[in-house]
Design a protein around this ligand. Structure first.
Ligand SMILES: NC(=O)c1ccc[n+]([C@@H]2O[C@H](COP(=O)([O-])OP(=O)(O)OC[C@H]3O[C@@H](n4cnc5c(N)ncnc54)[C@H](OP(=O)(O)O)[C@@H]3O)[C@@H](O)[C@H]2O)c1
Length: 258
């Protein structure tokens, strides 16, 4: 049963920490009611508190992106609770395994694909029928430069993100006529637990980036939310990057990188 009718509603996977939390908070700041996805519900409390302290509306829902049934229920929760869903951010992701392919544990490689690629497929699969019935909606798949550039000891991560970039293109082609927009978004190097892990392991050149090149998660979060608000039709299906000054200009965020 719908509990709170909201004007605009967004759902974010992996929203309990890192970039996902920053996106959830920025969405709330911009007036969206937010469904905070977290595989452990108790971990969502910090995001919920931050949104409530801004006067925003949010509800948490369990969402392990490796389980289709959970992802389906997560999407359904938005519609049950807020009466609609306008935006899905497929953000949850893992960096492991960081090892040479021939030394990797097959189960760890599989988990990367399951989380980073299948998890995005599950989100899209679950939400598109709702968006179609509603006459439109926006999906942002959090991508990475690793989708387009091979990196040592990141075969699983690079392959999973490359798969997502193609999924984004294919889905945009299929759903454009339904009024749906699908974007990939590369947030550059963001100061989160994932980067802390990368920097502690020193597996490739990304580990050695100077600390002052790490972005505050609030910066890419602003770009993601503005992208959802403006939803440019000609960028549908593209794997966009925060490093593209023309994108930032288009979105009216020229100065956002500082
Ligand atoms: N940080 C960067 O520099 C960077 C650069 C490019 C792209 N990205 C992408 O940005 C996204 C967010 O990364 P981040 O840097 O914020 O990483 P993070 O700090 O490690 O956070 C990862 C998030 O994903 C969640 N997650 C992991 N496995 C999950 C699963 N099976 N089901 C549901 N949630 C799951 C985590 O939840 P738990 O707390 O339950 O583990 C956490 O909320 C990822 O897609 C990542 O690939 C990050």
């Amino acid at each position: 049963m719908t509990q709170h009718r909201a004007a605009k509603v967004a759902a974010v996977t992996g929203a309990n920490r890192g970039l996902g939390r920053a996106i959830a908070v920025e969405l709330a700041r911009e007036g969206y009611a937010v469904v905070v996805g977290s595989r452990t519900l108790a971990n969502a409390s910090k995001t919920l508190e931050e949104i409530k302290s801004l006067g925003g509306e949010a509800v948490a829902a369990p969402c392990d992106v490796t389980e289709y049934a959970q992802v389906e229920q997560f999407v359904a929760k938005a519609i049950d609770h807020f009466g609609r869903l306008d935006v899905l951010i497929n953000n949850a992701g893992i960096i492991e395994p960081m090892t040479l392919l021939h030394q990797s544990e097959p189960a760890a490689w599989e988990l990367s694909i399951k989380t980073n690629l299948l998890g995005v497929y599950y989100g899209c699969r679950a939400v598109v029928p709702h968006f179609e019935a509603q006459g439109g909606g926006i999906i942002v798949n959090i991508s990475s430069g690793a989708a387009h550039r091979p990196r040592l000891r990141w075969s699983a991560y690079c392959s999973s993100k490359a798969g997502v970039a193609m999924l984004t293109q294919c889905l945009a082609l299929e759903t454009q006529a339904m009024g749906i927009r699908v974007y990939g978004f590369q947030p550059a190097v963001v100061n989160t637990d994932m980067q802390r892990k990368i920097r502690s392991r020193r597996v490739n050149e990304v580990s050695d980036l100077p600390a002052d090149q790490l972005l505050d998660p609030a910066i890419p979060a602003k770009v993601v939310v503005r992208l959802c608000q403006l939803a440019p039709e000609d960028l549908n299906g593209q794997d966009l990057t925060i490093r593209d000054p023309s994108l930032l200009r288009r979105l009216g965020l020229e100065g956002v990188m500082g």
